[in-house]
Design a protein around this ligand. Sequence first.
Ligand code: OGA
Ligand code: NI
Length: 332
Amino acid sequence: MNFLSNWEGVKSVPKNYVFPPEKRPCVAVKKTIPVIDFATNDRALLFQRILDVTQEFGFFQVINHGVSKKLIEETVKTLKEFNSMSPEDKKRECSKDPDYCKVYPGSQNSANEQTHFWRDSMSFNCHPLEKYIHFWPDKPPEFREVVGEYCVAMRKFVLELLDVISEGLKLGRGYLGDEMSSNPTMLVHYYPPCPDPSLTLGLRQHCDGSLITILFQDVNGLQILKDGEWIAADPIDDALLINFGYVLEVISNGKLKAAEHRAMTNMNVSRQSLIYFVCPENDVTIEPAKCLINETNPLRYRTIKFEDFRGKYYSVLANKEEIMKYMSLNKT
Ligand code: OGA
Ligand code: NI
């Protein structure tokens, strides 16, 4: 496999990585996504902050999330080591069951793409750990221990966050922390240095097909679409970046919205992002919570099995208009 992380001394962008001018990245406005301190007992206020910030930016950052700086650093380092291994090693380490752990250059659809994305990716199921950890790489030797600890810490934080959101939406505590979040996946994107970032994209414009997504990026690269304008969401220290996916948009009947974003490449440094992608199992039915529907807030989305939603999401390459047409009741 043609992993970009194994290219050596590439001096110019190969033709099949150069996007047509209208799809190339433009210069983005730099803005700090507001930071929310999770260390508070005032959960109602916390939810209100989350609502305010996401209504403006679609994303929010969290500090005091309970995942230690040391653990984040060790996880980033371990995954970088994985990405620096030979193509044969990477492939072998992820082939124990490719349904649950896979590694690939660019997107999963790259065989059908005219222009490829400037990254390598891996994804693996991560909860419950004992069900999946033996499919994970055991090279570098600390992979399972370190990444396993990271996934456990993520799970703990996510359940707390989902409780705040469930309560805030008045769905009752535990509503989102149960089957709606039962099948999280870890995605790791590695974006090698690129000779000309203005010609390439790391990851296409999309909203996530998750319930909610927790992202850690080691260096700049994430861009968020806000009111038709791309803004650069640069990382701050050990904050986690959070966004809602389509599943939460449906459950909340549109009160919490999925936000479009994409990833750029950098010229002199590699970039790595760790994404904890919270999803239900395939057979779970997603629909707007009944208690949120009333005369002033009429039903806006239809009932869909997560598996069918996922199928659609990938078949339209995350195209927002197509997905909205598929999910919403008003097919205007
Ligand atoms: C994603 C995503 C952004 C990044 O995987 O859904 O948006 O910075 N990743 O890698
Ligand atoms: Ni995303």
